[in-house]
Design a protein around this ligand. Structure first.
Ligand code: FES
Ligand code: FES
Length: 166
């Protein structure tokens, strides 16, 4: 066992655990942040996706010892003051899930996508989200939700600044 200090959803979080433990296991089993899901455990499905310094990362492949000194965002960190983040809200509005098992990872990957491409094309969405698997086949609604989140973000900018950006 070793002591580590993680930064998760803006808070400093002390963890005592073996350094080789996966970040996914730490999040779920030690910190009870169970919104992050265990799918394949092999980096192939995207269910465990979190953001590390804004980059979509498979937490089943990240080790505790190498997850310090970075900013980790989980699905729980996208909600603020009881308000869902725009990507969460868009997935809800579009009903972009069936069983919901892939949804956290999808939303985190989509958040990273929209940071890089605020107005993504269908091709950019398909390319970026390629590593996130939905066994329920809700891909068309996920694509629609990402477009909706993009529009929500643009609308938010207009409302916040009072200036049109397009
Ligand atoms: S559980 Fe990590 S990619 Fe599948
Ligand atoms: S909604 Fe079931 S795996 Fe995607």
């Amino acid at each position: 066992m070793n002591d580590f200090l993680l930064k998760i959803n803006g808070a400093d979080v002390p963890v005592r655990a073996p350094g080789e433990e996966t970040l996914l296991s730490v999040l779920r089993n030690r910190l009870h942040l169970t919104g992050t899901k265990y799918g394949c455990g092999e980096g192939q499905c995207g269910a465990c996706t979190v953001l590390i310094d804004g980059v979509a990362t498979r937490s089943c492949q990240a080790r505790l010892a190498t997850s310090t000194g970075v900013s980790i965002t989980t699905i729980e960190g996208l909600e603020h003051g009881g308000l869902l983040g725009p990507v969460q809200q868009a997935f809800l509005d579009e009903g972009a899930f069936q069983c919901g098992y892939c949804t956290s990872g999808m939303i985190l990957s989509a958040t990273a996508l929209l940071h890089d491409h605020p107005r993504p094309t269908d091709a950019q969405i398909v390319g970026y989200m390629d590593g996130n698997v939905c066994r329920c086949g809700t891909y068309p609604r996920i694509t629609a939700a990402i477009h909706r989140a993009s529009q929500l973000a643009v609308a938010g900018e207009k409302g916040g600044s009072g200036h049109a950006h397009e």
